[in-house]
Design a protein around this ligand. Structure first.
Ligand code: SF4
Length: 509
């Protein structure tokens, strides 16, 4: 059995666990995929009383599940209702805070041993749910082994509690997932995690015992998995996670945590075969394919466009803002592209060049404008606080955003984090980076490390600049208001924006 523990947003299946179960299914190993995070949210929401003085949870869920297009204001309101219900629920567990995308435990989330102590000592927000919901499923299916899949830190507290519950009830537990891979490959503290979760499997799952995999990757053959959870996701259209590749064909950015990852591309045939296995009950609701690639490979995308069209599928995903995207945006839109996530990162040419990004602001601008004209939603990622960033670099980003104006539909401002292991941290001196080692960090797991440049933390300057300048640009104020804060990206392609293509499920089928 493959279980994805809470808390991960309940709008689409957790990609890592879902694809692992799909890869095993394609090899004749039916595992039973259980999205326990989705079921946990459904369990909590069902317990919230209806009526005056209580959040209108039922209305919010019905609204989000029965509509495939959300006006931004309404989306904000109903998401707020669900979050306030979660806030009320959290009050019953001092020190715990649960939201639609995150979880704060009573101790630091980066200290697995402390989390285990809490889970052993106290009733957690999950204890009753394990007993009432999970135990009957376990008793029905008698799994020989349960793989607990971790993708995000927000899953760690519940995942540790779950592993404890499973072991106490006599089940064999293995931990896996992208969080563990990242910690092992580019982070620090994998050994700390193994003290709490001693049996782990790394990689994409091909190393699991009993799998006779002659091909290199489990993702090279995928079939719809045997799912134990309901498909009661909080989304008007089913969102299906899928990836055309692992690794990155560019693979040159100096601060990329994934540089050591080998590039594998899974072509049109793999996708076509997978689509044939999607249940008719999902296909008739016109799913949206969420392409998870670090950056979607051009040729493979162009190859699968006819398959998407023939099957009446829409899609979205992350793409490098390269010239070909601007040239082909009409065709992409015509083949169901609802949104592209574009890492423009900075308006400063020299800054992008210094870190070998291989993109330039002029082309990014052309891509953004061209996609918007073709009706494709644009979700632009800006990265501030890079080592050596000057005020003139920041001002270049202001000009870039001003010029892009209303062509940007959604925006994400992130502040640079230095991966613990990457080419930039290895060559820190060369870039004027002073790595900061603190004693406290010995007992924590972490993916990033603190640093300074010329005695200052560039992250602070970046944070101030975002708050005081960038967020106040008139077009950006509007964009920020429109950008959903919850449900990760799953709902973004469904947000109604004048001039952009609407996702239209054919409900008559
Ligand atoms: S484009 Fe993204 S995934 Fe590729 S090397 Fe750069 S940071 Fe890494």
């Amino acid at each position: 059995m493959i279980i994805s523990p809470p808390v991960i947003t309940p709008s689409e299946p957790p990609s890592g666990a879902f694809l692992l179960a799909s890869g095993l299914e394609a090899r004749g190993i039916s595992t039973g995929f259980l999205d326990l995070s989705l079921e946990f949210f459904n369990y909590i929401f069902a317990k919230i009383p209806e009526g005056r003085g209580y959040p209108a949870v039922k209305y919010a869920l019905t609204y989000l599940r029965n509509n495939s297009n959300y006006p931004p204001g309404q989306h904000r309101t109903v998401s707020g209702v669900l979050n306030s219900a979660l806030k009320s629920f959290s009050k019953g567990y001092p020190g715990w805070k649960i939201s639609l995308m995150d979880l704060t435990p009573p101790s630091e989330v980066h200290k697995p041993e402390e989390l285990l102590k809490i889970c052993k000592r106290e009733v957690t927000p999950f204890s009753e749910f394990w007993e009432e919901y999970l135990l009957p499923i376990l008793k029905m299916h008698h799994p020989k082994t349960v793989l607990v899949s971790f993708s995000y830190l927000s899953q760690l507290p519940a995942g540790i509690d779950l592993a404890l519950f499973l072991k106490t009830n006599g089940y064999h537990v293995i931990a896996g997932g992208s969080l563990l891979n990242s910690l092992d490959r580019t982070g620090k503290g994998f050994d700390l995690l193994r003290r709490v979760l001693p049996e782990t499997v790394l990689g994409d799952g091909s190393l699991l015992r009993g799998i006779e995999s002659t091909d290199n990757s489990l993702l090279s053959r995928l079939s719809w998995p045997y799912t134990l959870s309901s498909w009661q996701y909080i989304s008007g259209s089913p969102i299906i996670p899928y990836t055309l590749s692992t690794g990155c064909f560019w693979n040159k950015c100096l601060f990329c945590p994934d540089r050591k990852r080998k590039l594998s591309i899974f072509g049109k045939e793999v996708f076509e075969e997978f689509i044939k296995t999607v249940p008719p009950s999902i296909m008739k609701r016109k799913p949206v394919i969420h392409l998870l690639d670090s950056t979607i490979p051009k040729k493979t995308l162009l190859d699968i466009l006819p398959v998407l069209k023939e099957n009446n599928l829409d899609f979205y995903g992350f793409i490098r803002p390269e010239k070909w995207v601007a040239d082909q945006s009409d065709m992409l839109a015509d083949h169901g592209c609802l949104m592209l996530q574009l890492g423009a990162e900075s308006g400063s040419h020299s800054l992008l060049e210094r870190f070998s990004k291989g993109i330039d602001p002029e082309t990014s601008l052309e891509v953004i404008q061209s996609c918007a004209e073709s009706g494709i939603r644009t979700y632009v990622y800006m990265l501030l606080g890079l080592p050596g960033e000057t005020i003139s670099d920041l001002n270049a980003s202001v000009s870039f955003l001003q010029e892009a104006g209303n062509s940007i539909d959604f925006i994400n401002f992130s502040i640079f984090n230095l991966p613990t292991n990457c080419e930039l941290s290895d060559r820190a001196d060369e870039f004027g980076i002073e790595l900061v080692y603190d004693k406290d960090s010995e007992n924590v797991i972490r993916l990033y490390m603190p640093f300074r440049c010329e005695g200052r933390n560039p992250r602070i300057m970046a944070r101030d600049f975002i708050t005081e300048k960038l967020s106040r640009l008139p077009s950006i104020e509007e964009t920020l208001l429109r950008t959903p804060k919850w449900f990760r990206t799953s709902h973004f392609p469904l947000i109604e924006i004048p001039g952009r293509i609407s996702h239209k499920p054919d409900l008559s089928k």
